[in-house]
Design a protein around this ligand. Structure first.
Ligand SMILES: C[S@@+](CC[C@H](N)C(=O)[O-])C[C@H]1O[C@@H](n2cnc3c(N)ncnc32)[C@H](O)[C@@H]1O
Length: 235
């Protein structure tokens, strides 16, 4: 593998490490409403803001078959009433004690993104928020998302990114098995998708301190004919 490609490949993690991350994730969602930063969180407003960061309006999901990969118990998919069909996928879906109800037509699947039990070219719009960097193999997940997207489909990706100087301290953050800078995340996604918009938004969280930056990427399925501006990167 050429050096540049090897550098861009996410470091693989062991299955044991991923299971540890998932245990921490479940524990977080069991008590998140007791944590200070989330106590007065207005979830619908939070999601509207997230969508706006992509330069999209709330109406962009209208009439589409939308897939939320790594949806969690309160993910964006639960608020997209105007989508034609909603599909939520998360390996912890059956284990979340508290999760939102999803109105039909819907499909709820306990599965991993690295092996989506969905037909190729069946999804109009994929969303994946704060989840790629929690996965065993983000590259395989991107390949799967690309496989299930229709040729003119789009994907919205968001993760928490970190400044490069924090690299020696990444091991402290146990809930993220992968850490990206805004640039390395754009490279990872750009290797599989044509990026239309890329934005880094500075965030302030009281805890956990590691979650201080958010990166938003809107990608057209690689090779699609969508005629939108290419990537825009703001810091
Ligand atoms: C931080 S939560 C984000 C949940 C939701 N997207 C949100 O923003 O509220 C990360 C989610 O990714 C899921 N996840 C972890 N590994 C995954 C994988 N391999 N495939 C799909 N989802 C995964 C976790 O189970 C968890 O629900």
């Amino acid at each position: 593998m050429p050096d540049a490609l090897a550098r861009n490949k996410p470091k693989s993690i062991t299955k044991a490490r991923w299971h540890e991350v998932q245990r921490l994730e479940l524990d977080f969602w069991n008590r998140w409403t007791t944590l200070l930063p989330y106590q007065n969180l207005d979830i619908p407003s939070y999601w509207r803001q997230e969508v706006a960061h992509f330069g999209e309006s709330w109406g962009c999901f209208h009439g589409l078959r939308v897939l939320d990969v790594g949806c969690g118990p309160f993910g964006l998919i639960h608020f997209l009433d105007h989508a034609a069909e909603r599909i939520r996928v998360d390996p912890l879906l059956s284990q979340y004690g508290q999760k939102l109800f999803l109105q039909s037509p819907q499909l709820s699947i306990s599965a991993v993104a690295e092996s989506l039990p969905l037909a190729a070219r069946s999804i109009d719009l994929a969303i994946c928020f704060n989840a790629l960097d929690h996965m065993l193999d983000p590259q395989a997940a991107l390949d799967e998302i690309a496989r299930v997207l229709r040729p003119h489909g789009s994907a919205l990706f968001m993760i928490h990114t970190f400044a490069a100087w924090l690299r020696p301290f990444f091991w402290i953050d146990r809930i993220h098995p992968h850490h990206y800078t805004a640039q390395s995340f754009a490279k990872l996604v750009g290797g599989r998708f044509r990026i239309e918009r890329c934005e880094t938004v500075r965030r302030h969280f009281d805890i956990p301190p590691a979650k201080c930056l958010g990166g938003h990427l809107k990608s057209g399925h690689r090779g699609s004919l969508q005629n939108r501006p290419t990537s825009r990167d703001q810091d």
